[in-house]
Design a protein around this ligand. Sequence first.
Ligand code: HSE
Length: 447
Amino acid sequence: MEPIKVGLLGFGTVGCGTYTVLRRNQEEIKRRAGRGIEIARIAVRNPAKAAKALNDIGVTDAGSAIVTDNFNAVVDDPSIDIVAEMIGGTGVARELVLRAIANRKHVVTANKALLAVHGTEIFEAAHANGVMVAFEGAVAGGIPIIKALREGLTANRIEYIAGIINGTTNYILSEMRDRGVDFATALKGAQELGYAEADPTFDIEGVDAAHKATIMSAIAFGVPVQFDKAYVEGISRLAAIDIRYAEELGYRIKLLGITRRTGKGIELRVHPTLIPSKRLLANVEGPMNAVVVHGDAVGATLYYGKGAGAEPTASAVVADLVDVTRLHTADPEHRVPHLAFQRDRLSDTPILPIDEVTSGYYLRLRVADVTGVLADITRILANTGISIDALLQKESEQVDDHGKGETDIVLITHETVEKNVNTAIAEIEALRTVVSKVTKLRMETLN
Ligand code: HSE
């Protein structure tokens, strides 16, 4: 049988990795897919740069592939069966993906921003044209988490997902903990090692993780992708001292993407999170990714691996190419639905605003070391119905010549609704003895 023909849009890290893996493992891949998978065309802004990239991986020409700077020519080419979008972003990538779909081509993409923001439009267009959109590489790079959620765990009622799904921030947090460096120093190290982008905003502000959490949430609970409803908080304001205090209390701080089914709706949030040090997830270090999925039948399952990089992401992209090749001729109604649930059976369960989320909380307060300060704070918490789980008070530091001292008080609360904590914090900050803003971090026991 003729090989299936792929048009590659973009030839950066992932595009080049995809080409390399397909070429190296072509015989095995052919045995698995039932026919060869051939990159027939590559569209890039700068063909000379693509030629250099190919040369760097030992390919003196693109084999049979035609390299062009005309992206539309690739998505319009009648001989192309699958368009692999490796451009990224939500601008030109969206236009080309929709155009490819309108031309009845299957699409493979690792573009989490595109699907988290425009997923509904793209999946509807794919349905209307009877084609597949495959996106394993969009979440956690080489970890086959989409496959696991959509197929492997399909018997389960998913209860929650909690994942370290941004390698850059996990590397930064590991460095801050291991070497005691501040955020800016750790970020610089991540950039030097090539983990963080030159503009690392999407990584450090939690946006990249929220894109991925949004996609997992849709597949886990059968709801539309709703990035605009996700709560997003990054690590750029995280202080090294909180990492140290958390450690003293038996916790590590990780940037987690969390999505959970509750009686009131679905939680969808990304923020720095304390987790008990003994949990496996707490021990995922450096740029690695890991995702815990809890299903009612299977219990907790854990998926670990590289969440970025040329070949780990290519591993997911090529798996999608094989999947599409296998299902290419199947009746569209008999393919696995994009979001795991049949498209006419998606639910309108609301995504909860962050005020309605239930969590444990870490609170750090800077207080004047005077009689009654702790009693005032615990009274406010008790009046708001918040129960204290652990408390740490450091020795007072003298701050002036009259022997006046200040100290940090760190509290861990039992689970409570976020709006109650915010009410208590407002009252605590109004106390004359509390000398700075309260630092609030969320906590997950992952039991
Ligand atoms: N920038 C991402 C990360 C990789 O640091 O994990 C691609 O999503």
